[in-house]
Design a binder for this molecule. Sequence first.
Ligand code: NAD
Ligand code: MG
Length: 393
Amino acid sequence: MQTITILGATGSIGCSTLDVIARHPDKYRVFAVTGNTQLERLMSQAKACSARYVVVADENHYVRAQELASAMNVPAQILCGAQALDHVASAPEVDAVMAAIVGAAGLLPTLAAVKAGKRVMLANKEALVMSGALFMDAARQCNATILPIDSEHNAIFQCLPADFKYGSLEQSGISSILLTGSGGPFRERPLESFADISVEEACCHPNWSMGRKITVDSATMMNKGLEFIEACWLFGTSADQVKVVIHPQSTIHSMVQYVDGSVIAQMGNPDMRTPIAYGLAYPERVDAGVEALDFMTVGSLTFDQPCHDRYPNLQLAIDACRDGQAATTRLNAANEVAVAAFLNKEIAFTDIARVNSETLNQLEPITVSTLQQILEQDTLARDKASALIRGLR
Ligand code: NAD
Ligand code: MG
């Protein structure tokens, strides 16, 4: 029996995680569920999975959460705030933590789980993009197991040799990691009309159903950029060893290319319950509730190279990856602010890349290594991006 905490239970990944867990009551028990604003959903989840704790991230919602818990007869203990998030991520009773908070807000509780040596199922890619070396070093020092949930990284993980040693691609006979991406909803849209892209259009992914921030990131391909950085950290590769391949059908979730000419790919229907079930059961396998891939109806699989005029954010992220930690932290922060402004209809779709690139241009290159320095760069870039957005309005 594994005891699990789900950070970000009310989101898309959180709901899928609870769905898989509910299929295996003999294998998994929920210690805590956490959420931010969707309190009704959070309380019904806590009730359905008999969680011991519910954590409401925002302390301003605590009173309302307690009222709801008693009205809905939720037996769990209700906690709130950042310390409570850290507590449920690191409590001794917990075996595994699903890190599924979106954005930089997930960094500290995810790090708390890492430092407590948990099995960490990492969906929250922004946490790793922000803190790369620090995160991976902490995992090594504290014996945490990091299992990638992002479908591409989960696919790569599945395609690596069993004796793969972190950072030694050459020794494992690997020539490159092929990171696939669908290209999002605007792969064929005329470039001249990009400035007119509406929030509704950007929030409609052709293959995957996800939270709004990652859906916009998929449309700009910043998501693939963040995943590029994530892959370098997760597998200890250089930026030259990762290649982005456009694969519009999202049937192959990524591939590993070997020096002998072999390419190993992981395939399946685009449903996050597959990588989630893999993370929960590793090294075993459990039913995820996902339909088997039917090769009689899959049709053709196609591949292409990414067009950098169409996806300027992708190149920004690859360049930031080469520049180092300060650049990736700043880019992630600027992008979160820019995407939020786009979702609020304050700026145009094309302004997202503009804000990201200007933020990076206007800040002096520096070296960061401590958590405090990383958090300072996050704040600095958020302030810079917000000022740029005010200038655009
Ligand atoms: P979502 O927006 O659906 O859910 C986000 C969750 O984070 C919610 O539970 C919300 O309450 C919580 N949250 C938001 N702001 C918070 C804050 N300030 N403090 C504490 N909690 C907060 O997002 P999602 O699509 O489930 O994505 C979650 C993470 O997983 C993201 O990092 C995303 O990149 C990654 N991911 C998602 C998918 C997917 O299919 N949805 C796939 C791969 C990776
Ligand atoms: Mg992904």
